[in-house]
Design a protein around this ligand. Sequence first.
Ligand code: AMP
Ligand code: MG
Length: 344
Amino acid sequence: MKTMIYKGYELSDQTLQKHIKEVFHKGGLVVFPTETVYGIGADATNPEAVKQIFKAKGRPSDNPLIVHISKNSDLELYVRDIPLIAKPLMDAFWPGPLTLVFNKKDIIPNEVTGGLSTVGIRIPGLKIARDIIDIAGLPICAPSANLSGKPSSTIFDHVASDFEERVDIIIDGGKAEIGIESTVLDITTPIPVMLRPGAVTKKMIENVLGYKIIDSTETKIEDTPKSPGMKYTHYAPKGKMTLVDGNEKEVIQYINQEIKKHKKEKTAVIGASEYLDQIDADYKVNLGHLNDLNEIASNIFIALRQMDELGIHYIYMHTLSNQDIGQAIMNRLSKAAGYKIVKL
Ligand code: AMP
Ligand code: MG
């Protein structure tokens, strides 16, 4: 299949708009940028189109897709009931990186939700993404644009390497600003449950609601059947990744020792610049400064993908604060490391 590649700023072009609309309406696939990660999108009301997403990604069919809409008033078209707490959350965080889980209407086929009676919906914060949804004139279901099991794509090169020749259109919107997938919050239960941490943090949600929510990521992931996607291994690089937790001095000493042990193989350290200066590895990937967790978040998936591109055998990284967006970062890193964390 020939993939057409366009730039986000070309979207005002009428011919391009016509092409995008046609692709969505005939059940095709469009990869597009959002503020979290790139998405691979299809018409969420067309089961055949939805199946194509699972096929292109190699995604297990019980892993639900998030439906993207462009305005609050469209929500009622796709969900059976809108709990009272939805409004303050939407007012505070939409458009933005918060997916809310509702009871779905029949117009959203089971293919989208992996057989669940609920559907995750959000309005993306990036205007290019909302424009694409408006051009389509459809709800767009879009999981992260990566082959299943690989880290999510946050830059054009990574979506192109996974999906060129496999989708109809790729829209290049540059680097994703946040770089980590949306927070997922189930509001179908009496007390909302955070199913996946993201840039909208638990604290931010609790501040809006005025009470505590349940954090399912604190319990064992396998015990959370309500969010099927969480049970699959994600993001894992081919090399062996280890997270090292402890004070800065101990961590640096430990990683330097480990790297010496693996002299004959390719080693890499991913980390904040403050740590990297003191570590000796074949490759070092600088995520940014320790005091800027947002910058670090935006570079995590790029770094993980680089590990495979470079053929690294052993990867080390220090842990980060679990506060604020740190919880989402540590959630993704722990998965990437297969939960291998050395505590010093
Ligand atoms: P992705 O778009 O690849 O980040 O995947 C979307 C993720 O959102 C899934 O893997 C689930 O963990 C979560 N999700 C989407 N829809 C639902 C839903 N209806 N109920 C629970 N979790 C959901
Ligand atoms: Mg994904």
